[in-house]
Design a protein around this ligand. Structure first.
Ligand SMILES: [Zn+2]
Length: 308
């Protein structure tokens, strides 16, 4: 996890070092960003060093979702039972931290009845409890609930934030300078930060599209990918193609997406999706990775020329 989030304005506006509020609502139009900041905030509350250090046992319990004082509701449909279950834990004392933290991600999914039940706990706060809610739809949150929480707008990462994070990662020998100017989401940066295999796989996919122009290129491209993360490769490739098809979802390096869009007509990209899925299925059934890839690249080129 990136400690430097703690140095950004969003985090400062939570005033973690001053008086803690009993309930926060983090909102913006970016669901992943809201949720990442909320989880980071929750982790830092229970962390033994209060920094979300990722090293203490509290952070490790948090990451494996087994911290006794942390309750997280993270579902697309939040059921009445989930909220009842959470409410039933409000009056117990914290076990290993100073506070019990209740996180409800995407709180717009709580129905009105449950929101009203929650309201009672928000109106009569227990000093042992901290609520952290997130939403992309503040209009779906009851005004009575809204009035009981500290509302924190979560801005997208600005250039400065990205540079801070890039410099931090550089210290850890992870070079993301190239991505600073791209439309990377926080999630993507976190993946890059925590998973060097992921970064290598994206880079390999970039090379693949850069060098694949005719079937003669296939052996060379395949040979260049020998060290790539084979588990990640096909799902990643599929994700990238999906991003090329939906320009609203630019979560990968802009240069990579533009490169693919310039080389493959949209129609060909659509036809590549089932091909990738098929290659992944074969690979998962223990067919040789390079054989699947070779076959996939051949078919992708075929679609490219048929659709041009
Ligand atoms: Zn920690």
């Amino acid at each position: 996890m990136i400690e430097n989030i703690g140095e950004t304005d969003t985090y400062k506006s939570l005033e973690l070092d001053k008086n803690l509020m009993h309930a926060y609502l983090l909102y913006s139009s970016d669901r992943e960003l809201n949720n990442n900041v909320a989880l980071f905030f929750a982790k830092s509350l229970v962390c033994e060093n209060h920094t979300a250090c990722d090293e203490c046992s509290a952070c490790q319990q948090f990451s494996s979702r087994s911290h006794p004082d942390v309750n997280i509701i993270d579902q697309d449909s939040i059921k009445v039972e989930d909220v009842n279950n959470l409410i039933s834990k409000l009056n117990t004392l914290p076990i290993s931290s100073d506070k019990k933290v209740f996180v409800i991600l995407n709180a717009e999914n709580i129905n009105e009845i449950s929101q009203n039940k929650l309201l009672k706990s928000l109106e009569e706060p227990n000093e042992n409890n901290i609520f952290i809610l997130t939403t992309t739809k503040t209009d779906k949150i009851l005004t009575t609930v809204m009035s009981r929480v500290k509302k924190v707008y979560v801005p997208s990462l600005n250039h400065e934030d990205k540079v801070t994070i890039a410099n931090y990662l550089l210290k850890k020998k992870i070079d993301i300078q190239n991505y600073v100017n791209a439309d990377f989401s926080l999630t993507e940066i976190l993946n890059l930060a925590t998973d060097s295999n992921y970064k290598k796989t994206i880079e390999d996919i970039y090379q693949l599209f850069l060098n694949l122009n005719s079937s003669q290129d296939i052996p060379r491209v395949v040979n260049n990918l020998t060290n790539t993360d084979k588990q990640l490769f096909y799902p990643c490739l599929q994700d990238i193609i999906l991003n090329c098809l939906d320009p609203k979802e630019r979560k990968f390096d802009r240069k990579l997406l533009e490169l693919i869009n310039s080389k493959y007509p949209q129609k060909a990209l659509l036809k590549c999706l089932p091909l990738i899925e098929n290659a992944y299925k074969k690979y998962s059934a223990n067919v040789n990775f390079f054989y699947c890839l070779d076959n996939l690249l051949f078919n992708m080129l075929k679609e490219k020329y048929l659709c041009s």
